[in-house]
Design a protein around this ligand. Structure first.
Ligand SMILES: CC(C)(COP(=O)(O)OP(=O)(O)OC[C@H]1O[C@@H](n2cnc3c(N)ncnc32)[C@H](O)[C@@H]1OP(=O)(O)O)[C@@H](O)C(=O)NCCC(=O)NCCS
Length: 211
């Protein structure tokens, strides 16, 4: 197996580092934006991510950046030749017929039963419970403790806050945001933000007009 470069050296970068270390993977370095350079993280060198050169073929990459849209852009930065490692923490319980795509991150104690697909660069945080026949598309992320009932689809780039619960068969639209603690019982429109129990679109108050 080729060693790994971890893109991002923040909280998620360190969590990915921890998972890969437990798995016995060799980590070459962290890669960060120029303004975030520091000497090392947990004894591993931190380098600037090279612009315009694309990925190097000597390693696999993990995009350990929490913002879903940022991971999508990094895929473009690294180019089509980049190879991605899939990170599945050994504490996760993964049933049969679960397909986890390259670049996906399963961080810590997560349960997935059966017949589940996890897309590229999707992020699944500790404590998530994912039931049968769920689809979690590319770049989506589940915050800590999210529960998905059976047959749920989380479309590309959707972002579920900590502790959100999604009822059976619901489709959470692409690049939508689900608030922390929300209970989602109906389909969510792409690009929208929903909060609460049951989850409803967020209502922004208009600023008061001048008298
Ligand atoms: C939903 C969320 C993204 C909205 O953030 P925001 O756009 O900055 O919204 P605001 O904080 O301005 O809140 C707008 C309104 O929604 C309410 N609201 C925000 N989040 C809420 C939530 N999770 N549940 C219920 N109501 C919520 C606020 O109370 C506010 O209501 P008000 O106007 O009546 O006072 C954010 O609150 C949230 O829940 N993020 C989840 C973060 C998370 O879990 N990350 C996981 C990291 S691993």
């Amino acid at each position: 197996m080729k060693p790994v470069r971890i893109v991002g050296a923040g909280a998620l970068g360190r969590e990915v580092f921890a998972a890969l270390s437990v798995l016995g993977e060799e980590i070459l370095c962290f890669l960060v934006e120029p303004g975030l350079i520091r000497e090392s993280v947990h004894g591993v060198a931190v380098h600037e991510i090279a612009r315009g050169e694309g990925a190097q073929g000597d390693a696999r990459y993990v995009l350990a950046v929490g913002v879903n849209e940022a991971r999508r852009k990094l895929v473009q930065t690294l180019g089509p030749r980049a190879e991605y490692a899939c990170v599945v923490h050994p504490a996760a319980t993964i049933g049969p017929y679960v397909d986890i795509s390259p670049g996906a991150m399963v961080i810590g104690r997560v349960s997935m039963t059966t017949d589940i697909a996890v897309g590229r660069h999707a992020l699944i945080n500790p404590g998530c419970n994912i039931s049968h026949d769920c689809r979690i598309r590319d770049f989506a992320s589940l915050g800590p403790g999210v529960s998905l009932a059976g047959r749920v689809t989380i479309e590309e780039g959707a972002n579920l806050g900590v502790g959100a619960v999604v009822a059976p068969g619901v489709v959470v639209g692409a690049w939508s945001t689900i608030g922390a603690g929300a209970v989602v019982i109906r389909n969510v429109e792409p690009g929208s933000t929903v909060v609460g129990v049951p989850a409803r679109p967020i209502i922004r108050r208009q600023p008061a007009k001048d008298a």
